[in-house]
Design a protein around this ligand. Structure first.
Ligand code: HEC
Length: 119
């Protein structure tokens, strides 16, 4: 009986965590999706935007979720992680970010965050 309960809890957990890094990767590269790939490399090298290797170590999940939902709003906030980014890309005085706002569903955002955490 106890074994059954554990099995049941396990399968519940795997259905609850819907985030899927492979879907996030597809969204990242897709021209109909995020188009992130056109400005970001996934290694450490700069393209139009910073290379995203290790990005989930530079940023908290909360910051990433807010920034990806609305880059411009996060850009004008005085959040310490935004300040650090501005300094790093030498745009402390720029009123706008080049990072593109993408209307995405909550699920797409989760998948994307999951994918970014693998970089
Ligand atoms: C038009 C080019 C462009 C597109 C498209 C774009 N970005 Fe950006 N992104 C940038 C630039 C440039 C920056 C750095 C801030 C600046 O200079 O405005 C940035 C910053 C970021 C950062 C912060 C990186 C760090 O090192 O702190 C993340 C994360 C990010 N982008 C993710 C994404 C994702 C995910 C997508 C797709 C949904 C995306 N970007 C689409 C240009 C772009």
């Amino acid at each position: 009986m106890q074994k059954l309960v554990v099995l049941f809890a396990g399968s519940l957990l795997s259905t609850v965590s819907v985030a899927d890094a492979s879907k996030g990767e597809a969204y990242f590269s897709s021209l109909n999706g995020g188009q992130c790939h056109s400005c970001h490399r996934t290694d450490g090298k700069k393209s139009v935007g910073p290379g995203l290797e290790g990005v989930s170590q530079r940023h908290s999940g909360e910051w990433l979720a807010s920034f990806l939902s609305d880059p411009q709003q996060m850009w004008t906030s005085d959040h310490p992680e935004t300040e650090e980014l501005k300094k790093r890309v030498r745009k402390s005085r720029s009123p706008r970010t080049l990072c593109k706002k993408n209307p995405m569903s909550g699920e797409e955002l989760q998948d994307l965050l999951d994918y970014l955490s693998t970089l």
